[in-house]
Design a protein around this ligand. Sequence first.
Ligand SMILES: NC(=O)N[C@@H](CC(=O)O)C(=O)O
Ligand SMILES: [Zn+2]
Ligand SMILES: [Zn+2]
Length: 348
Amino acid sequence: MSPSRITIQRPDDWHLHLRDGDMLRAVLPETSAHFGRAIIMPNLVPPVLTRADAIAYRNRIVEAVPASHNFTPLMTLYLTEGTDPDDVEAAYRDGTISALKLYPAGATTNSASGVRDFEKAMPVLERMAKLGIPLCVHGEVTDADIDIFDREAVFIDRILAPLRKRLPELRIIMEHITTQDGVDFVKSNDTNFAATITTHHLIINRNAILVGGIHPHYYCLPVAKREKHRLALRAAATSGDARFFLGTDSAPHTDARKESPCGCAGIFTANNTVQLLAHVFEEENALDKLEAFASLNGPAFYGLPVNEATITLEKREDPASFADKIDTAEGLVTVFDPGYRVYWHYAD
Ligand SMILES: NC(=O)N[C@@H](CC(=O)O)C(=O)O
Ligand SMILES: [Zn+2]
Ligand SMILES: [Zn+2]
């Protein structure tokens, strides 16, 4: 029998989109209610490019944290071919940033300023390797001739594996892995390499997007893959292996932008992730590994202390209820629906 009550150190989210302005103010409390810290993605329009941008964005985030919540945003810079290594070094040394983010140009939402020619990013990457600054990577190639379901695996072969050989000291987090190939690649690296896994990729496979009609609220990038890949992700997340940790990739888009002839990529899970994870880990008979995945492995990789507070979750007979939409001044944002009820609640 699985325990029906579990206490873990308070979790963090190692991959989060907060956006800005009205959207930021509406979605941030959904994260700060559950998580002590989050790695904040820099793909705003325009992106967070410099130390000064990161300081200004961090201030806007901190202002939006409800007074009763205890939350620290961990900032990132958006890596471009023009990123100045000295600015990166200054931002890291004074604690402004925790990582840089690499988007292959055109790979995902707001990635137009990303890297096209990796050679041009080498001076920054070399500086990062020297200083130990982590690089978060959206691991998909963008070549038109590569099938969208293969783009992660091809990225590993063409970009990540050569980069690892060339700069083994560079600390890399392969974000939101979605494939067995991703899991295998992570496991083939003993040092300086880790991966985040989202909640939704543990729950849906690609059928959720396409069977019985097209379901835009299950569409994100990297797109969910076949069932065998979902199972590989579940095995990795629930293994306790320190190289895998939670990054929700909670990515709000308004319903108008999702339910459109060209709907945006992104799934919003900030408000129900913790309870969903308890459900998933219980299904895998791995509740004892939830703390490693959600609360311990991430800080260990980033070289940060674990959160001091704890949370207690308990399984009850009544289902947990979550807001199914977040109301923002820009419009409604639909919350990820796992397709089943969840009985895990925060204990009072
Ligand atoms: N995951 C997504 O589908 N979308 C993210 C971008 C990203 O993380 O790739 C977003 O910013 O909306
Ligand atoms: Zn991404
Ligand atoms: Zn993301």
